[in-house]
Design a protein around this ligand. Structure first.
Ligand SMILES: [Zn+2]
Length: 109
């Protein structure tokens, strides 16, 4: 798991999608390391490749970032819950993380 993120906390040894936490994972995206320090609840550092499930991989490959963010957000809501008022805040967090991922992805040559 590339993303050392407090909100996505799978049991050790289990590979889940780094975007939405679904299983099984479908493919890996090589990604340069980056830091993300905006909020303590979200972690701090992305190291190495990101795993994606088949659906998220489809969004990444198609450049459908908004849909990817909505999917991650929906999964986060299922797991953690939040009020309607908080939704724009969390949506923005995911949007930023996905934007950073997009900027740091190492495209295949
Ligand atoms: Zn996924």
């Amino acid at each position: 798991m590339a993303w050392e993120i407090a909100i996505f906390d799978p049991p050790p040894g289990r590979e889940v999608c780094d975007f939405c936490t679904a299983e099984p994972t479908h493919r890996l995206y090589a990604c340069r390391n980056f830091m993300w320090l905006k909020h303590a609840m979200f972690a701090h550092e992305s190291i190495g490749a990101w795993c994606a499930c088949e659906i998220c991989a489809g969004f990444v490959d198609a450049g459908r970032w908004t849909e990817l963010t909505e999917r991650a957000l929906a999964q986060f809501k299922k797991t953690h819950g939040y009020s309607q008022d908080e939704e724009p805040y969390f949506r923005e967090q995911f949007r930023e993380i996905h934007q950073l991922f997009k900027e740091h992805i190492i495209t295949e040559v």
